[in-house]
Design a protein around this ligand. Structure first.
Ligand SMILES: Cc1cc2nc3c(=O)[nH]c(=O)nc-3n(C[C@H](O)[C@H](O)[C@H](O)COP(=O)(O)O)c2cc1C
Length: 222
């Protein structure tokens, strides 16, 4: 697999086989990703690999908070409060494609909620990685984290694994931090990343998102 193939063929995987990922494989992935660049080589990433009963405890805590109507309080604003074009249309198209793959109709609110809650179950993945950053680090380090995240996903893809980055799993960061024993004074929770062998026959893994052409976002200057 070359770099182009790795980047172009990686997708967000939202259905997994009931097959564990070995610790050696996860170490191998992180051992590649640690070579990601970061400003002045600060390497601001902190990762928790979560499986088994701890993963289940996080799922239960997130579902319980949602059920009780607790307001999500993520450590950062991922999205704008007021959506504008062209982002609004792209986001809409992304959601619609997902619902179509899952055969969820426009009016079927219950199934939409269920689809959203699948995030808290990590889409059935046997492992999830949580990414934290020290609160002392500023905005620049957050995009170092983004690069690290992409490296993890590409290295996982090379191992035949699927992954899905999930900002939704940082809706209730204190719950996750409490279960993992991570200090809320020191660390922001960036997101989770489901990891496992993809269930290729599940329709949710068969649709593909599109991308804008290069000339829509590039300006050339002589
Ligand atoms: C930081 C980040 C957070 C994301 N959070 C979620 C999420 O909570 N749930 C989800 O289903 N997908 C999530 N996604 C996946 C995006 O929807 C997906 O990357 C995008 O639609 C493009 O599709 P692709 O990854 O298959 O190329 C996230 C992606 C990124 C980069």
């Amino acid at each position: 697999m070359n770099t182009t193939e790795a980047i172009r063929d990686r997708i967000s995987t939202r259905a997994y086989l009931d097959k564990p990922v070995s610790k050696e494989t996860i170490i191998q992935i992180l051992d590649v990703a640690r070579w990601s660049p970061s400003g002045t080589n600060t390497q601001p990433w902190k990762v928790a690999v979560v499986e088994g009963t701890t993963k289940q405890a996080i799922t239960d805590a997130l579902l319980d908070a949602q059920k009780k109507g607790v307001k999500p309080n993520p450590d950062y604003d991922y999205y704008p409060t007021e959506w504008v074009e062209p982002f609004k249309a792209r986001r809409f198209e992304c959601g619609m494609a997902l619902y179509k793959a899952l055969e969820i109709g426009r009016e079927d609110k219950e199934k939409r909620v269920e689809a959203a809650l699948a995030n808290y179950r990590f889409f059935g993945a046997p492992a999830t990685l949580f990414f934290f950053i020290d609160k002392v680090m500023r905005q620049g380090s957050w995009f170092d984290m983004g690069m690290f995240l992409q490296s993890v996903m590409l290295a996982a893809h090379e191992q035949g694994l699927g992954s899905c980055p999930q900002a939704s799993t940082s809706d209730y960061p204190d719950l996750v931090r409490d279960i993992l024993g991570v200090s809320g004074d020191q660390y922001s929770l960036i997101c989770g990343l489901s990891l496992g062998y993809p269930n290729d026959s599940h329709p949710v893994n068969q649709y593909r998102t599109s991308r804008e052409e290069v000339d829509t976002f590039t300006t050339w200057f002589d």
